[in-house]
Design a protein around this ligand. Structure first.
Ligand code: G3P
Length: 223
């Protein structure tokens, strides 16, 4: 993945970022990234990965992969199948898709083996410090109580971002830190970077906006 700052737009399962809407949104993200010169990546649902990767050149992440090996696992998402879509990497352990410690370990190792970028999500400073021991490429700190609220973590709980950066870097300075939850404006983005993060992981503020491309351009207007 390119150097900082970075924006990862998590498509979750919003109607506005599913199926044909997901493909259209991905084109807007690519345009906004090209026009602003800021690195923007996306994390669509697994079923939308391949159609999107066929249409855009920006980095595409999976929202999740299961800690399984090929075989009898009906309804699961096999890491090798995700890799074959052409993704750049994957989110791991998002608040809305929590995993066991053993599964996190296994998936981070699998991403290294498959040369995928790992974005390991955490919910507080302690879990972020623990997450650093797995040596993922990115740790994304997101206080669950602020997710989807429009109340930005960079303003509502700046300490959690600063302390997370500090604790992670005591363990491994190479890990990039993202923050997320409630981020939607240029001020939120600027504050996130001033707190020591290298970028943001965000969703509703852009996906639910009337003009998604303009919302992305506004997000990066102050950096
Ligand atoms: O992964 C991004 C996320 O959980 C934050 O969501 O809607 O608060 O930007 P949102």
């Amino acid at each position: 993945m390119s150097k900082t700052p970075i924006i990862i737009l998590n498509y979750k399962t919003y109607t506005e970022s599913t199926g044909k809407n997901a493909v259209q949104l991905s084109k807007y993200v690519q345009e906004a990234s090209e026009e602003s010169g800021i690195n923007m990546a996306i994390a669509p649902q697994a079923v939308d990965l391949y159609p999107i990767i066929s249409e855009v050149d920006i980095p595409v992440y999976s929202q999740h992969m299961d800690a399984i090996t090929p075989g009898g696992h009906t309804g699961s998402t096999l890491p090798e199948a995700i890799k074959e879509t052409g993704v750049t990497g994957t989110l791991i352990n998002h608040s809305e898709q929590r995993l066991t410690i053993a599964d996190i370990d296994s998936i981070v190792e699998k991403t290294k083996e498959m040369e995928l970028t790992s974005v390991l999500c955490t919910n507080n400073v302690k879990t972020s410090a623990a997450a650093a021991s797995f040596n993922p490429d990115y740790i994304a700190i997101e206080p669950p109580e602020l997710i989807g609220t429009g109340i930005p973590v960079s303003q509502a709980n700046p300490e959690i971002v600063e302390n997370t950066v500090e604790e992670i870097h005591k363990i491994n300075k190479e890990i990039n830190v993202l923050c997320g939850a409630g981020i939607s404006t240029g001020e939120d983005m600027k504050a996130a970077l001033e707190l020591g993060s290298q970028g943001v992981l965000l969703a509703s503020g852009i996906i639910k906006a009337d003009d998604q491309k303009q919302a992305l351009l506004d997000l990066v207007s102050l950096i």
